[in-house]
Design a protein around this ligand. Structure first.
Ligand SMILES: NC(=O)c1ccc[n+]([C@@H]2O[C@H](COP(=O)([O-])OP(=O)(O)OC[C@H]3O[C@@H](n4cnc5c(N)ncnc54)[C@H](OP(=O)(O)O)[C@@H]3O)[C@@H](O)[C@H]2O)c1
Length: 280
């Protein structure tokens, strides 16, 4: 990659950002398409967020990804916010053409799942009610699921998220329950957004062994370290289609790329760079 006077800059703001997978993934895409772009990571402390956004605009930066701890606060400094990002209440992508914020995390999960099956008219169960669950839930609703049920350890949090999704008007049937009351018999798509199974506790799974997986189920695990989690191993053993967490990382990046450049993201090249960077 040759950095020239004309090179367009996009990047990431967060705190910390040193271990981000996004620079190698996006730069591989720019290189493949021979685009005069470069992606860099900026470590922005919480108190510096407003000046970072103003500075990025002044420096003619084309687009930014936004990560922890800025995803909510950054909404105060944008001119426009995409409708679903507004419902989610968090932004992970800024397009400086119109200083507009988007949330591509949920789209990333939906694109990953839709590689395997359409979400339309399906019964979807989500374990967890934190940030990832919130981003995914609204997109599951937007993509036409019939039923959405949110299970969480803290049931009040599941109820709050279920109410928010229900009030969006994107879906009619939204329920909630304790994560201990999981029943997969009527579920078409199971999504794990809890960190259960993350390295180093790689044999833990968020569902009880007694919870039977039927053969038409699809299981998506947002956890991507390890690549094949205990939950996905359970799925494979039950002849159930697994959807890997790395795909959500990939497609959230692809969506951001497409928002900034207006070009179709080169998925294979981005996936190869991501897999290599994460050592998967
Ligand atoms: N693949 C991707 O692109 C991607 C993107 C974002 C996140 N993720 C992954 O998704 C996971 C969650 O991230 P997040 O940002 O949503 O975190 P978060 O906001 O902290 O939410 C965590 C959720 O998991 C639940 N939880 C935590 N520990 C649990 C346990 N031991 N047993 C049962 N439930 C538990 C929490 O329940 P309580 O409310 O009861 O505490 C909460 O609902 C992480 O592993 C993260 O790496 C992946």
């Amino acid at each position: 990659m040759e950095i020239k006077g004309s090179t367009n800059i996009v990047g990431l703001i967060g705190h910390p950002v040193e271990h981000s997978f996004s620079p190698p993934m996006h730069n591989a895409a720019f290189e493949k398409l021979n685009m005069d772009y470069a992606y860099v990571a900026f470590n922005v402390k919480p108190n510096d967020l407003e000046s970072a956004i103003n500075g990025a605009e002044a420096l003619n930066i084309k687009g930014l990804n936004v990560t922890i701890p800025h995803k909510i606060e950054v909404m105060n400094y944008l001119d426009e916010i995409d409708e679903v990002a507004q419902l989610i209440g968090a932004v992970n992508t800024i397009d400086f053409k119109n200083l507009k914020g988007y949330n591509t995390d949920g789209i990333g999960a939906v694109r990953a799942i839709e590689e395997v099956a359409s979400i339309k008219n399906k019964n979807v169960l989500i374990a967890g009610a934190g940030g990832a669950s919130r981003a995914i839930s609204f997109y599951i609703a937007k993509y036409g699921a019939d039923n959405l049920k949110i299970l969480n350890r803290n049931v009040e949090k599941a109820q709050k998220l279920a109410n928010d999704v229900s009030n969006s008007g994107l879906i009619d049937n939204v329920g909630f329950d304790s994560i201990n009351n999981m029943d997969l018999s009527d579920v078409d798509i199971l999504i794990n957004t809890t960190p259960v199974g993350m390295h180093p506790n790689v044999d833990d799974t968020p569902i009880a062994q007694a919870c039977d997986m039927h053969e038409d189920l699809i299981v998506f695990d947002a956890v991507y370290n390890p690549n094949e989690t205990g939950l996905l191993r359970q799925a494979i053993e039950a002849d159930v289609k697994p959807v890997y967490g790395i795909k959500m990382l990939l497609y959230q990046g692809a969506e951001s790329f497409e928002i900034w450049t207006g070009k179709k993201a080169p998925i294979d090249v981005m996936q190869e760079a991501l897999t290599k960077y994460l050592g998967l």
